[in-house]
Design a binder for this molecule. Structure first.
Ligand SMILES: [Mg+2]
Length: 203
């Protein structure tokens, strides 16, 4: 991928697209892929199909969709400016975000399957648990309750759960590269847009 390209980032569950996001390629090498996902970018998130009784929490709704292999999509707009750092082989990607006034929102570490390259971008699958590092350095886990729901329902098995928790512990202890805080996008870049057939694994 070349700087400025739009990459299609797909989350995939059992060979079906679970979520799709367009991101602008900042850099791409064998060691690091950097992606720009600006505020206002439209992306596709999974949602329960019409007709299914609505469960009270997002974790339950998503676990049911995964177990049944049934979901539809809804379009969402991303709400902050986000730069994403993806390293080959890592069980997470690291996001730095800025608020509309340019202040640093903090770091968000998204635990996910190691990415694979596709003809149109990258594929992975979100693994529910996340780590948030506030701009003042405070660290916390996000969505532990949702992980517990996925384990109870079987959409995350015990072995994978252990892997996810070990990854979270490593992330809680790691350092973050503040050099990225000064990064700014090419002013000529428009918001990336999803390509056609974003819900397909092959174009
Ligand atoms: Mg996540």
């Amino acid at each position: 991928m070349k700087p400025g390209d739009t990459a299609l980032i797909q989350e995939v569950w059992r060979e079906h697209v679970w979520a799709a996001r367009p991101m602008r390629v900042v850099e791409d090498s064998d060691e690091l892929v950097v992606l720009w996902f600006p505020r206002g970018t439209r992306w596709q998130a999974p949602t329960a199909p019409a007709g299914r009784a609505r469960e009270p929490t997002r974790g339950e709704r998503q676990a049911t969709s995964l177990v049944l292999g049934e979901w539809t999509f809804r379009e969402l707009e991303w709400d902050v400016d986000t730069l994403q750092l993806w390293r080959p082989g890592d069980w997470h990607s690291t996001w730095v975000s800025w608020l509309p006034d340019g202040t640093h929102w903090g770091w968000y570490v998204n635990i996910q399957l190691p990415f694979e390259r596709t003809p149109r971008g990258l594929r992975t699958m979100d693994l529910v648990l996340d780590v948030i590092v506030d701009a003042d350095g405070g660290r916390r886990l996000k969505d532990e309750d949702e992980l517990a729901t996925h384990v109870a329902r079987g959409s995350v098995d015990r072995e994978l759960e252990a892997r996810i928790r070990a990854e979270a512990e490593r992330i809680l202890a790691r350092r973050f590269d503040d050099a990225w805080l000064d990064w700014r996008p090419d002013p000529a870049w428009t918001r990336p847009e999803l390509p056609r057939a974003w819900d397909r694994l092959v174009e």
